[in-house]
Design a protein around this ligand. Structure first.
Ligand SMILES: C=C(O[C@@H]1C=C(C(=O)O)C=C[C@H]1O)C(=O)O
Ligand SMILES: NC(=O)CC[C@H](N)C(=O)O
Length: 708
């Protein structure tokens, strides 16, 4: 026997599923509200003890927002099924019984309120008065009619108005709550679900016969939402070949790369020279063993491979880029090599994925960024690396290739070199920034979507173009940026068709065989001489900043719970200091299970990063696409590595510059580089504040340029 959970494409659904499973021990089958027609669902209903109708964007009266949900409440069944509606589900229940659904005058997204309950109702048994719960809603039910009884409420602080937070039907086994019991900041959510199931069991015992759980039948029902695993084969115990050598070398990663650059030796660099990344990784592509993998969302069905200087187009044969790279690496993949040195990377894939490579984006509706197709996935497989451990200041040369002569690399790295003077600033011929007028119009559109209940938070972003004369090299730009804005996830990737220079402060996901860790940043305060840590902490400890961060923490928990059953928030909203800003950071960890999903499954289904979209993710991405009407390209994507021993780390591409090979002006004498910048817009945002925040973030990279 099971519980049916109906998802309205919300970003918190799997948090709810986990809450139901852990509090009741029941199996949960999840479907979308439009997975099947209601008439087809009818034959499955006798197998379910109860239905939980989850939250979601939109309005309960809009058919495309709620799908089959209204039919559940039309009273046409001979014997009713117990139903608990949450937020949009609650509003749908109230609307179906003839109550109005109106818009709140002060909308609450990600805000904690004390809730009181009444008449000692079973639904709130064991729940104290004034229990804290998170509200994510624009709409509310102002008044109940005689079919529904008020079971809980909260009070608005601005007008002391009571807002209904819980209802029960007078003669049907239907209940609803307006708040989100599954949020990380809600209490007694599990108790509520447990109480609902006791009520449901009591009702079922008297009136319903529930059919025994039928795995095949019910799996057929949820076919649409089940995600296949990307790695299916047994991975080897250890890499086929691995060798390393510690070298005596005082050079920093940037000095080694400068040396390689001066010798025209190819390299890619992940330069985590400061907390929380404590290693720098230099990948050394080689003509014989390296493989370049490119994929463009404009040609979704093929991937371009370059190996031994030969380029081939490979059909994905019905798969996608994720199945391709998983297959590519699967015969090389081994269990974590737990070396004494704790190498994060021993060879494998290094590179990046663009925003458009993520879910829910309809690229064909967007204008192209350059005249030719741009890569949305750009990876290089390398077997030779230089690794620098910043905690011990030790340098290692590593290889997966028995043919590699580590001595040759050691000698190269150890050869005499002084850092070639970096430029204090980079000359530009033109900088095209977003305009305040355009931003104002987009900001007010965001507010409209937020107040209609279509989104709880929208990460609105802009693009700035920088025209740089071609006599300035990308490596020079990198050196200047990393000097002015050192960051934990600094990176330099130069490929034939694109280049990325990142000074990102934000980890997206890191994984090994056992865990994955996500580290969203949301909440930003500019550093000035007057702004110290304590003052910034006070600003970051307000409803606006907490709400922004909380929404993304809940969204990421959902992304992880869609694959894993053990997810933990290890840090909730801590203030961290960076070169130009203070940021509010949370850390969420998920644990992998034996023979279950792995890190690559999570990465493939969690892009774009929630901190760059807002929540609910699907609807927010769609709205942002309409609003921004441009490709974000590498900005808002991720860059990092996947080691063949299944250690992996990806950062969010922000505070970064990027360039595509065709993006040139004036007969190729000037290259166009781009920087994206933006921030989360919520109902508590103010236009001026958000605009300044955007400029602050933009400045973290823009500060290195001067107009010629
Ligand atoms: C959108 C950007 O940053 C994102 C938005 C943040 C915010 O709204 O506070 C903070 C960090 C990033 O997740 C950017 O840097 O352009
Ligand atoms: N969290 C939700 O389910 C929100 C429901 C509805 N879209 C509102 O804003 O009120």
């Amino acid at each position: 026997m099971a519980i049916l959970l109906i998802d309205s494409y919300d970003s918190f659904t799997y948090n709810l599923r986990s809450l139901i499973e852990t509090s009741t021990g029941e199996k949960v089958i999840t479907i979308h509200n439009d997975s099947i027609p209601y008439t087809s669902l009818l034959e499955f209903l006798p197998y379910f003890k109860a239905i939980i109708v989850g939250p979601g964007p939109g309005h309960p009266s809009i058919a495309s927002d709620v799908g089959l949900i209204p039919y559940l409440f039309d009273g046409s069944l001979e014997v009713d099924i117990p139903i608990l509606g949450i937020c949009l589900g609650f509003q749908s229940l109230c609307l179906s019984q003839g109550c109005d659904v109106s818009r709140l005058d002060l909308i609450k997204h990600g805000q904690v309120y004390p809730v009181n309950h009444f008449s000692e109702h079973e639904l709130f048994k064991g729940v104290p008065q004034g229990f804290e719960s998170v509200r994510y809603h624009s709409l509310y039910v102002p008044e109940l009619n005689d079919k529904l009884v008020k079971l809980a409420s909260t009070v608005e602080e601005h007008n002391h108005k009571e807002i209904i937070m819980g209802v029960g039907h007078v003669d049907k086994p239907w209940f609803g709550v307006q708040y989100h019991p599954e949020s990380i900041c809600s209490f007694f959510g599990g108790q509520l679900v447990k109480n609902f199931m006791s009520l449901a069991n009591e009702y079922n015992g008297k009136l319903r016969h529930i059919k025994a759980y039928d795995d095949v039948l019910l799996k057929g029902l949820c076919k649409k939402t089940e995600i296949p695993k990307l790695i299916t084969n047994e991975v080897r115990e250890a890499p086929q070949f691995f060798k390393f050598k510690e070298i005596d070398n005082g050079k920093k990663a940037i000095e080694i790369c400068d040396l390689l650059n001066s010798k025209e030796s190819e390299f890619v660099l992940l330069n985590s020279a400061s907390f929380p990344g404590d290693w720098s990784i230099i990948g050394l592509p080689s003509a014989s063993t390296s493989v370049y993998i490119s994929h463009s969302t404009d040609s979704p069905d093929t991937v371009t491979i370059k190996k031994n200087s030969v380029t081939t187009q490979v059909s994905l044969n019905g798969g996608n880029i994720w199945s391709y790279i998983s297959e590519f690496i699967s015969d090389k993949l081994s269990k974590n090599l737990d070396t004494e040195q704790g190498f994060p990377f021993i060879g494998g894939l290094l590179g990046m994925f663009s925003y458009e490579e993520g879910e829910f984006i309809h690229v064909s509706n967007l204008p192209k960024l350059t005249s030719s197709e741009i890569p949305d996935t750009k990876l290089v497989y390398v077997e030779d690396c230089i690794l620098i451990d910043h905690s011990t200041e030790k340098t290692y040369i590593t290889t997966l290739n028995p043919e590699t002569d580590i001595e040759i690399i050691s000698q190269l790295v150890q050869s005499e070199h002084t850092l070639i003077n970096s430029r204090l600033s980079i000359p530009t011929t033109k900088i095209v920034k977003p305009t305040y007028e355009e931003y104002t119009a987009q900001f007010s559109k965001c507010q409209e979507y937020l107040s209609n209940g279509d989104s709880y938070e929208l990460c609105l972003t802009s693009s700035t173009e920088i025209h740089i004369p071609n006599n300035v090299t990308s490596w020079e730009i990198y050196k200047t940026l990393t000097l002015k804005n050192p960051s934990p996830y600094s990176a330099f990737f130069k490929f034939k068709d694109c280049c990325l220079i990142s000074s990102s402060p934000e980890r997206f996901v890191k994984w090994d065989d056992k865990h994955c860790e996500l580290r969203p940043i949301k909440g930003t305060v500019r550093k000035t001489p007057e702004m110290d840590f304590n003052k910034a902490s006070a600003i970051l400890n307000t409803a606006k900043e907490i709400g922004e961060n909380l929404m993304i923490v809940d969204l990421i928990r959902h992304d992880l719970y869609s694959f894993l059953s053990r997810v933990e928030v290890q840090k909730l909203m801590q203030v961290e200091e960076y070169t130009t800003v203070y940021q509010l950071v949370s850390v969420i960890q998920g644990q992998f299970e034996k023979n279950g999903y792995q890190g690559i499954d999570i990465l493939s289904k969690s892009l774009p990063p929630g901190s760059m979209t807002g929540a609910p993710k699907k609807r927010s991405v769609e709205l942002l696409q309409q609003l921004e009407n441009r490709r974000r390209g590498l900005y808002s994507g991720v860059c990092g590595y996947w080691s063949v021993d299944n250690h992996s780390d990806w950062s969010v591409i922000i505070r970064s510059l990027y360039h595509y090979v065709d993006d040139v002006q004036n007969d190729d004498s000037v290259s166009v580089w781009r920087i994206g910048a933006g921030g989360a817009i919520t109902v508590l945002s103010d236009l001026q504040g958000e605009w300044e925040e955007l400029l602050t973030k933009l400045d973290s990279a823009l500060q290195i340029f001067r107009l010629n």
